[in-house]
Design a protein around this ligand. Structure first.
Ligand code: SF4
Length: 342
């Protein structure tokens, strides 16, 4: 199979996802890293993660924060959110990812405070913003776009409608997809994502990889499922990480210019090297220590001991002959103005 030609068919994707041939895998990861190198040199991007409310009206079967799970929750104030964002920006992240559960309190206030936070980060801190609010009304998306949000992140997790129904209980596949498409049509960049190891087949994954391109997602992420205490899927196994790594590499080959995360939220900082080595070009889920914030799949792993910081990630990138990009380099990459590969 010619990996130089990125136009892989669905069957070729399925074959590669199922391959355990060491030579094939070696070529796959090498090609993915080569493509990243050709496009952005040694630069790797990094996003600060601000999961500002863990309240949610939904009951996704895979999620720790589902409304039926009797856990301790928090909702940060606007001042706290801005202070954490500033701390992350000062530490060197390229973007602030404002993430929330579908918290009814924010729906009741029509997202006024979230819109205000976006505006402050954009206007006063001069930093790109990703907003991950779950499914919201078109008018709300529009207000977030008008406030300057660059990205709208919303994950189907699977593009198999039957599987979607079992994962995202009582939620509508099309409503979720349409919210994303609406944001894209308003000029926002969109991120799509899938979860690996939730009962999908390799055909389902191949379909997801193709759909991600068809909908024009500029950031495409895969995360391995991690069983969550108190959830209906608590007893399910976490998958072998090789599948996630293969998906990262295939995404890079299919979409050489895409932002593809190496998420610290699955295996903490210890999982960074292998994901970058599979072709990821972006580190996500950087969280300041002792901020009282949590991750999504790994709630506390590496957070308070400072493992999920720019400093620590930069040290590991250095060992790989790579480096952290500056905010200006990220903006140039995002808006197509980068010139020098270094
Ligand atoms: S995945 Fe998101 S929408 Fe679903 S229960 Fe968890 S926080 Fe809520």
């Amino acid at each position: 199979m010619d990996l130089k030609n990125g136009a892989l068919t669905k069957q070729q994707l399925v074959d590669l996802l199922g391959s355990s041939d060491p030579q094939v895998l070696k070529e796959l990861f090498a090609r993915a890293c080569q493509l990243r190198q050709e496009i952005q040199g040694k630069k790797i991007f990094a996003y600060g993660f601000v999961y500002f409310t863990t309240f949610c009206r939904n009951d996704c079967n895979f999620c720790y924060y589902r409304k039926s799970n009797p856990i301790e929750r928090y909702r940060k104030t606007s001042e706290e959110i801005l202070s954490i964002s500033q701390e992350l920006i000062d530490s060197g992240v390229n973007l602030i990812d404002l993430t929330m559960g579908e918290d009814p309190v924010y729906h009741e206030e029509a997202f006024d405070s979230v819109v205000g936070i976006i505006q402050t980060i954009k206007d006063q801190y001069d930093t790109p913003v990703m907003i991950s609010p779950g499914v919201v009304e078109p008018e709300t998306i529009q207000r977030m776009a008008d406030a300057g949000a660059d990205w709208y992140a919303l994950y189907q997790e699977t593009h198999n409608r039957q599987l979607f129904k079992t994962l995202r209980k009582e939620q509508d596949y099309d409503e979720r997809m349409n919210a994303k498409l609406y944001a894209r049509n308003q000029g926002m960049c969109i991120e799509e994502g899938l979860l690996a190891g939730v009962g999908e087949t390799d055909e389902d994954i191949a379909e997801s990889l193709l759909v991600m391109g068809q909908i024009g997602a500029r950031q495409v992420r895969v995360m391995s499922f991690v069983p969550q205490q108190g959830s209906p899927m608590e007893g399910c196994q976490t998958p072998d990480r090789l599948k996630e790594l293969k998906i990262i590499a295939l995404l890079r080959i299919l979409y050489p210019h895409a932002l593809i995360p190496a998420s610290l939220d699955v295996d903490g900082i210890g999982g960074l090297k292998e994901r970058i080595g599979a072709g990821a070009n972006l580190i996500t889920s950087i969280i300041p220590p002792r901020s009282g914030l949590m991750g999504v799949a790994q709630n506390t792993m590496d957070v308070d001991d400072g493992g999920r910081t720019v400093e620590e990630a930069a040290r590991i990138l250095g060992e790989m002959g790579l480096r952290m990009a500056s905010r200006e380099e990220y903006k140039a990459f995002l808006w197509g103005k980068e010139e020098v590969q270094s």
